[in-house]
Design a protein around this ligand. Structure first.
Ligand code: NI
Length: 212
């Protein structure tokens, strides 16, 4: 019987060793999986430590005030500014379009590289021709965009813009909407905004920076 004791001892040691090897195997697998996950997080654009928490912008395809189709792919290589509004807007939209026209004028020839997009949130009234008529009062480089409710909703949602139809007296309606101008770089990445009625020199400085 005494001879069995070392054997049992050896069996217990072997079992412990097997358990230890199994544990190390699981540990190694977890380490490999964690490393792979971290590598993927860094490799995927728009993710990882340096990416913004909220992504703004994305693919879109709408109809211009001249009746042509325009998508984000057509804008590749040039910075652009996006503003959501509607032609029946009493104040915010005409003010912003006037201010953007002023800025484009000050930027001169350099401003021609900047695409300024006025996206309607009121496609029911803002047809391409309605937009064309309305935009005659502003810098001719500003592009009006309209489309189906779904196309506009998709773009506004991608830009995390707010818009809402508000009934008014007599069965008419107006639109509430985000008043910021979104600034996108030449690769379609969101870089910041111009606030409503921001100081002219700040607005211009932001556009100069966007074009640099
Ligand atoms: Ni407006």
């Amino acid at each position: 019987m005494a001879a069995d004791i070392p054997d049992m001892e050896a069996e217990r040691t072997r079992r412990r060793l097997r358990a230890a090897i199994a544990f190390l195997g699981v540990l190694a697998a977890v380490l490999v999986a964690t490393t792979a996950w971290l590598v993927i997080q860094r490799a995927v654009p728009g993710r990882g430590a340096q990416a913004p928490v909220v992504s703004i912008g994305g693919p879109f395809e709408l109809t211009t005030h001249e009746g042509a189709r325009l998508s984000d792919r057509d804008l590749a290589g040039a910075p652009y500014a996006v503003f959501f509004g509607f032609t029946h807007c009493p104040e915010v939209c005409p003010t912003t379009l006037w201010e953007m026209s002023q800025a484009l004028g000050e930027l001169g020839e350099e401003g021609s590289r900047l695409r300024v997009l006025f996206v309607t949130v009121d496609p029911e009234r803002d047809t391409p021709s309605a937009l064309a008529t309305y935009l005659q009062s502003f810098d001719p480089r500003i592009v009006g965009l309209t489309g189906s409710e779904a196309e506009i909703a998709a773009m506004a949602t991608a830009y995390r813009a707010y818009w809402r139809r508000v009934p008014t007296e007599g069965g008419d309606y107006t639109m509430d909407h985000t008043a910021s101008v979104y600034l996108m770089d030449s690769q379609g990445r969101f870089v910041g905004t111009i606030a409503y009625e921001e100081e002219a020199r700040t607005r211009l400085a932001k556009l100069v920076l966007l074009l640099s």
